[in-house]
Design a protein around this ligand. Structure first.
Ligand code: TRP
Length: 327
């Protein structure tokens, strides 16, 4: 029996290379080793985007097309949409009954976001309950591992506490206590050297045409101190070099460092080398993306199949839950 892995992503925009190297490459490795469930967390998107739902469906489809294009394989992993498996909602409701308010109010992510996000009203029941819903997502599949970024660890912690509390109150060993899977992911920055984010307009999207990606790399910021080609550069200050760390071999990178530090080549030469390395991957994604966008029926079939598989699993567990609770 393989252990189960579950992870989700909120469909709040197009996916970029930060998502590729921060999340998707991880999922690709995991799908070969574990029984994986990967889903688009549309209810979680609603917790903060409840006033902007006009693009929600498009983002779900677009995100899942990206997953498939980079190699998430529906024969290996179950790919589905959260709101199509209503058992998550029933479990969320039941967990709501046993989760102390104080656990939610002291959640660091919650406190931080209330502080930081001022353009939306997040003083809602749904937003406070975000981690309860996340616990339901995880535990409805009795997942053992949850690959997440460091920012999500408090949510997995809460999931562990909720699993234990449920088992204790209802005197069952129904839920495993899941573990976060923290893998260190390479850091990437946007084309302007800041964090890659849609709000900065500095992202390289998985859905960008190969020419567009090429152009974004060629105009990307490099070491800001290297103004002229004759200036010596420092790869450690260069956002482009973060891409080289992913795409270029150690040996070639040594040469790049040497050439940069001694001004033996220009940034444009360095970018051309990088693009040569990225090209096979970019072309392959683009080719698969084209296939899926031209065969949307196929994508919708994959999603319906995934929804069905997820639901079959979730139905069994929700029945066990109803029994344990005494409903
Ligand atoms: N909260 C996660 C994020 O913002 C998305 C998510 C929702 C999730 N449910 C999940 C991740 C369950 C892992 C497991 O990234």
């Amino acid at each position: 029996m393989k252990s189960r892995v579950l992870s989700g992503m909120r469909p709040t925009g197009k996916l970029h290379f930060g998502h590729l190297h921060g999340v998707l490459k991880n999922w690709l490795r995991l799908q070969d080793e574990y029984e994986c469930f990967f889903f688009s967390a549309d209810w979680h998107a609603l917790t903060s985007e409840y006033e902007n739902t006009e693009n929600l469906k498009d983002y779900i489809l677009d995100n899942i097309i990206d997953w498939l294009s980079v190699g998430i394989d529906p024969d290996k992993a179950t790919v589905f949409v959260q709101s199509k498996v209503i058992e998550h909602a029933e479990l969320n409701l039941i967990f709501g009954m046993i989760t102390p308010l104080s656990w939610l109010e002291r959640n660091p992510t919650y406190k931080e976001q209330l502080q930081e996000i001022k353009n939306k009203d997040l003083q809602t029941f749904g937003f406070l309950g975000y981690p309860v819903l996340q616990a339901a997502d995880i535990l409805i599949y009795k997942a053992h591992y949850v690959p997440v970024g460091i920012d999500q660890v408090p949510h997995v912690e809460l999931t562990r506490e909720i699993a234990r509390r449920f088992n204790y109150i209802f005197k069952v060993e129904l839920f495993p206590v899941p573990e976060p899977l923290l893998t260190d992911t390479p850091k990437l920055l946007g084309t302007d050297g800041r964090k890659m984010s849609k709000s900065y307009n500095n992202s390289i999207y998985l859905s960008d045409k190969p020419e567009v990606i090429e152009n974004k790399i060629l105009t990307m910021m490099t070491d800001p101190h290297r103004v002229r080609k004759t200036d010596k550069g420092d790869p450690d200050l260069c956002p482009l070099f973060l891409f080289h760390k992913i795409y270029t071999s150690e040996e070639e990178r040594k040469e790049i460092i040497h050439n940069c530090k001694n001004a033996l080549f220009g940034c444009r030469d360095c970018k051309k080398i990088l693009l040569g390395k990225m090209k096979p991957e970019i072309d392959s994604y683009w080719e698969k993306r084209n296939y899926y966008t031209e065969n949307l029926d196929r994508v919708n079939d994959i999603i319906s199949e995934g929804n069905k598989k997820a639901k079959t699993f979730a139905e069994k567990v929700i029945n066990e839950v109803r029994n344990a609770v005494g409903l």
